[in-house]
Each structure stands twice: as structure tokens, then as C-alpha cells.
Design a protein around this ligand. Structure first.
Ligand SMILES: *Cc1c(COP(=O)(O)O)cnc(C)c1O
Length: 476
């Protein structure tokens, strides 16, 4: 009996906060909590690993089965554990490519991994479709409900709505700045027919939307009463579900018997950090190439070791228009030997003086695996045009930043470079047409998007107004 209990407790994965002062939790609580109570982000206490033969065996499986195998160690001990194979089958059933995440070769050792065959045409579907089902399963098990509130300038809102629509235990409210998102992006959110989905067009900017959401979370009474929860990439479950396609893609070009490199168009650092997790688990990755647009805080960091905040400029790749990458904190925590106090000190410094410097040895350690590359809008247009001329393929502006980074990083040319294609070209038709002369068509499932009825409520940028709306519209 004692031995059995010991065995169980050993295989249940525990999660700790990157700032070291929040309670250790199991997977279900981490899923529902999002941010840790000390302001940190949850990460596994120790990395589970897969042996070379286990990784090699993934090559023969389809995407949902790879997903179940890769995620299994992270949910050990959760209500989800036994359901994982059925859940992943369900999550990826509606994806429009039979391979789910097909690989395309552009040139020798130059590949793209197409992560845009989900319902909203961006890579966020790959995690959120699974995470939506996880929320529903765990909440039902616990007899609880949640209210998801989020602000979006584009891709996250639609992916979250698609993932949560018609889930019994979830109500979702997404705020977007009225008249300031692209029409495709707005329609992807507002044409979803489901009683639990609420789109709020705020008379204001994206920053106003984000501040309203922050203020709702900061109101302890409201937060508890409404069971508020978040689905942005601070949620560990999203990172976990993104680890899958790094294994999936790598085994298709010869891993684990050969090294690979990944190039990732990056904003909040969630996607590329998921790749780092795959490497922790045993995937042989020589380098992560971090692509940025003109909002190049990460490129500057890799060049100097200092993280220095600057203003945000709008670009052709809006999902990477960021001031700071919140998931970098997870990398920092690992690189600093899981010293939560040291992480908390650096983040405090950032808050005080808009900058921090990573200790020299830590920075050197990070540089062994990470390379940063930037590309401005003119360059992005040029790469979209070049790839079209070379291969006849249309790529979106985010993917173009990644392809450029992959092609210019100075790493061993014998290693295959896989660029994560994070959005479908039809999501950014104007930029793609300006570069190539070809207007990309929406895939058949979205072909009638412009004929569908929109449903949204326009409200003023006022906290009480928004709170009343949420209160009146949740299904108790
Ligand atoms: C969200 C997004 C990104 C940035 O991903 P992070 O995980 O925040 O680094 C890049 N490209 C597209 C198309 C996105 O939607």
C-alpha cells in the first residue's frame, strides 16, 4: 500500500510558479487558474522525457495520437488522463487538412509547417481547440462553471470563441476595439452562433479593451462571483498543446536520429517556448530562431542581453506587434536554475525602469540555443513575393518573417530548418495581394463569411457598463 501511494505521487506532475511564491498545483488547478497568485506563470516542476525509441515511434501515428502521447505525462493524475486519446480525436476532427499540420518543402533543408488548417486559420486553434474541451471536461467533473473574459486585436479572440462555443460550463465575453480590427478578423468572431458567446465592440482602442479586462480581474469580488478565467498564452495548457506539433514536424524530417532547427514568428514567446519544452523532453533541436517584425525587443535582447521596452508600431504582421513577451519569463526561470526570487526581481525591475539585464552566464546559456532575427515591412513584402516567385506558394506576413529568419540564421546548413507558418494567407489578403499580385481566397469552410449575420453589442469604454453586461448575460 505504502509503495503504491509512493508510485502514484511520483508520476503525478506538479506545477510551480516562475516567481516561487504561489502554491504548487496539479494540472486541473493550473488549467483553471491561468496566472499564479504571485503574478508568475506555471511550469512543470520537472520535465518529463521521451526516449529516442518513443519519439521515433511517433512517426507512424496520426496527429491526434501524437497529441495524446506527447501531452499524457503533463496531465498524469488529472480527470483528463484516460480521456486524452478521445479528446484529441475530437479536437482535431474539424481541421480541414487530413494531416492536420502538413509540412511543405520550399527548398533544400527549408520547410514550413502549416499551422493554419483549424477553424480560424491561425496556429492558436491547435492549442485552443484542445484546451476548450479540457475546460469543459474538468469543470463538469468538478461541478463548476467559468466565465472567460478576454481582449483581442485579432487572432486570439476568434480562436477562443471557436474553442468555447456551445460548451455548457463556459460563458465567454470577448472585447474588441470597435472599427479597429480587420473585417475578416471581426467576422470570424461575430458570426459565431452560440448562446454562450458574447462579442463586445468597445468604443475605444485595443489598450482600452485590455485595461477593462485587467480591471475586471483586479476586482476581487467580481472575479470570484463571476468565476473569471483567461485563455491567453499565460495558460500552461495552451503551451502544452503546442508542444505536440514540434514533435510531429521533427519526426517527419528524421528526428530523433537527426537534429532539426525551428524558426518561429514570435510575439508573446508562447509558441517558441513550447518548442523549448519539446527539447527539454528529449527532441534534438539545435536552435530556435526567433523571428520578429519592427517591434524587435527580442532581437535586441538576443544581441545585447538586455530586455528594454520601447513603443509599439503597427506592422503587416499585427499578431507580433508587442511591447513585451510575457512567456519569456518561463525561459528565464529555467535558465536561472528555477530561482523564483531572481525572476521576481528582474520583472520588478522591468516594471520600475522598463528594462532588465540578464546575468552574463545565463545569457550565454540562452544563446547556445536561441537566435533572433528581425524583418521590417518592406522585407516582409519582399519575402512573400520571393517565396511566391520561387515556389508558387502564398505565405502570410507572419510566416514571411519566420522564413526570412530561417534563411538568414547562421547555423549548420546540414540541419533542416522548419518555419512555423502561423496564419493562412487569406487572413491577411491585402498584404499578400500587394506583395504577389494574387488575392488569396478564403478556404471553403469560410467562403460565405461575408454573407453571415454578425452579432455583437457596442458598449462604451466604461468598467461599470462592461461589468453589468457580463453580469446580466452569464447563464447562472
Ligand atoms: C499569436 C500569433 C503569433 C505570435 O505567437 P506567440 O506565441 O505570441 O509568440 C504569431 N503569428 C500569428 C499569426 C499569431 O496569431
Amino acid at each position: 500500500m505504502a509503495l503504491w501511494v509512493y508510485y502514484l505521487s511520483e508520476r503525478v506532475l506538479r506545477y510551480i510558479s516562475t516567481r516561487g511564491r504561489a502554491p504548487e498545483l496539479g494540472f486541473d488547478e493550473v488549467l483553471l487558474a491561468g496566472l499564479a497568485t504571485d503574478g508568475g506563470l506555471y511550469v512543470p516542476k520537472a520535465w518529463p522525457t521521451l526516449g529516442a525509441s518513443e519519439i521515433g515511434a511517433l512517426a507512424g501515428l496520426d496527429y491526434p495520437d501524437v497529441a495524446a502521447r506527447v501531452m499524457a505525462p503533463f496531465v498524469a493524475g488529472s480527470a483528463l488522463e484516460n480521456d486524452l486519446p478521445a479528446l484529441t480525436k475530437d479536437a482535431y476532427a474539424a481541421f480541414t487538412h487530413t494531416a492536420v499540420a502538413p509540412l511543405t518543402q520550399l527548398a533544400s533543408n527549408d520547410w514550413i509547417v502549416e499551422l493554419f488548417h483549424g477553424p480560424t486559420l491561425a496556429f492558436k486553434d491547435y492549442a485552443l481547440q484542445a484546451v476548450g474541451l479540457m475546460f469543459d471536461r474538468v469543470l463538469k467533473e468538478k461541478g463548476r462553471r467559468i466565465t472567460i473574459v478576454g481582449a483581442t486585436s485579432g487572432d486570439t479572440g476568434s480562436a477562443a470563441i471557436e474553442a468555447c462555443k456551445n460548451k455548457d460550463s463556459v460563458d465567454i465575453f470577448i472585447l474588441h476595439p470597435a472599427g479597429r480590427t480587420s473585417e475578416v478578423q471581426r467576422r470570424q468572431m461575430t458570426t459565431v452562433e452560440a448562446d454562450n458567446v458574447h462579442n463586445i465592440a468597445v468604443n475605444g482602442t485595443f489598450d482600452d479593451c485590455q485595461n477593462l479586462v485587467k480591471d475586471m480581474f483586479a476586482d476581487e469580488g467580481f472575479r470570484t462571483q463571476m468565476n473569471l478565467s483567461a485563455v491567453n498564452s499565460i495558460n500552461w495548457a495552451r503551451i502544452m498543446a503546442q508542444v505536440v506539433y514540434y514533435f510531429w514536424a521533427a519526426v517527419h524530417v528524421g528526428a530523433p536520429y537527426r537534429q532539426v532547427a525551428f524558426s518561429v514568428p514570435t510575439g508573446n514567446f508562447g509558441n517558441v517556448f513550447a518548442g523549448r519544452v519539446a527539447a527539454h523532453m528529449g527532441l534534438p533541436v539545435s536552435h530556435f530562431i526567433v523571428g520578429s517584425n519592427s517591434n524587435d525587443i527580442l532581437t535586441r535582447y538576443f544581441e545585447t542581453g538586455a530586455m528594454t521596452m520601447d513603443g509599439v508600431v503597427p506592422t503587416l504582421s499585427p499578431s507580433m506587434d508587442i511591447q513585451i513577451s510575457s512567456n519569456f519569463e518561463r525561459l528565464l526561470f529555467g535558465a536561472l536554475g528555477q530561482d523564483g526570487d531572481a525572476v521576481a526581481r528582474l520583472l520588478e525591475q522591468l516594471k520600475q525602469s522598463r528594462a532588465y539585464e540578464v546575468p552574463a552566464e545565463t545569457h550565454a546559456e540562452i544563446l547556445k540555443r536561441f537566435v533572433g532575427r528581425r524583418l521590417d515591412d518592406a522585407g516582409t513584402t519582399r519575402v512573400m513575393r520571393d517565396v511566391y516567385a520561387e515556389t508558387g506558394r502564398l505565405i502570410d506576413p507572419h510566416t514571411a518573417v519566420g522564413v526570412h529568419a530561417a534563411r538568414t540564421a547562421q547555423i549548420d546548413p546540414a540541419i533542416p530548418r522548419l518555419t512555423m507558418a502561423t496564419a493562412h494567407p487569406a487572413k491577411f489578403p491585402d498584404a499578400v495581394e500587394a506583395a504577389t499580385g494574387v488575392r488569396p481566397a478564403l478556404p471553403p469552410a469560410l467562403a460565405d463569411l461575408f454573407n453571415r449575420t454578425e452579432r455583437f453589442t457596442t458598449l462604451d469604454s466604461n468598467l461599470d457598463t462592461i461589468k453589468s453586461f457580463v453580469r446580466e448575460n452569464i447563464r447562472a
